[in-house]
Design a binder for this molecule. Structure first.
Ligand SMILES: CC(C)(COP(=O)(O)OP(=O)(O)OC[C@H]1O[C@@H](n2cnc3c(N)ncnc32)[C@H](O)[C@@H]1OP(=O)(O)O)[C@@H](O)C(=O)NCCC(=O)NCCS
Length: 187
């Protein structure tokens, strides 16, 4: 299902896509649609994530891993171009985690990140999930969306699923964030 970004309180805007320093075209917020990822999107999602790992807030994902979970991803598209993505990973029946949230550098500040997270909130709520969480070294965006920074121990599902096998267990630099569903910031 396609969903155009809401036009709520935020102003329409445009961000310019640059290639080798030349402005080639603008990403217009009103042209951006959000939909579930399809198998044909795997390469573009991988490229988007890989292209922003160096910023330091994303974990790398392999194409095989993305393909195995393609139906969990939502993507933001501007025409045929994927300009953003996010993954929702179930940790238990009640708790799911937002992963691999990234917007292409040229498409930021247009409300696309909010649109993707709100779409994950909608999907999680429909599936009966009670809590959405995220783990990141840059919590500001999620706090702005209504998530709260919480002790890691409030999310035992994550500790069980990932933290115990992580080399940085108990010395992790990431913040744990939690959103009881129904409290997201609609923009
Ligand atoms: C974080 C990110 C997803 C935001 O996407 P976006 O489409 O630019 O966000 P939106 O346009 O929906 O929202 C922009 C708002 O979020 C705020 N924001 C964005 N990143 C932020 C951060 N790291 N800390 C605090 N606020 C942040 C902006 O200041 C802006 O606020 P304003 O509307 O009051 O001016 C994007 O910057 C990104 O891909 N970053 C690199 C990867 C990353 O950090 N992913 C999240 C952790 S997994």
């Amino acid at each position: 299902m396609n969903a155009l970004l809401g036009t709520g309180a935020r102003q329409f805007g445009a961000a310019v896509v640059r290639s080798r320093g030349l402005a080639v075209r603008a990403v217009r917020r009103e042209a951006v649609a959000i939909r579930q990822a399809e198998s044909g999107d795997v390469g573009a999602i991988h490229e988007l994530i890989a292209g922003h790992v160096a910023e330091g807030h994303l974990l790398p994902r392999t194409p095989a891993e993305i393909a195995a979970h393609a139906s969990r991803f939502v993507v933001a598209t501007d025409g045929y171009q994927i300009v953003g993505c996010a993954d929702i990973a179930p940790l238990s029946d009640a708790v799911s985690e937002v992963r691999s949230l990234v917007i292409g550098a040229a498409a930021r500040g247009l409300g696309i990140g909010h649109g993707l997270v709100n779409e994950l909130v909608r999907r999680a709520g429909s599936a009966g999930v009670r809590t959405l969480c995220a783990f990141t070294s840059a919590p500001g965006f999620f706090v702005q969306m209504g998530f709260s920074v919480v002790p890691h121990s409030w999310l035992p599902e994550k500790i069980q699923a990932d933290c115990r096998s992580c080399t940085r267990f108990r010395s992790c630099g990431q913040y744990a964030l939690m959103l009881p569903l129904g409290q997201s910031c609609q923009r």
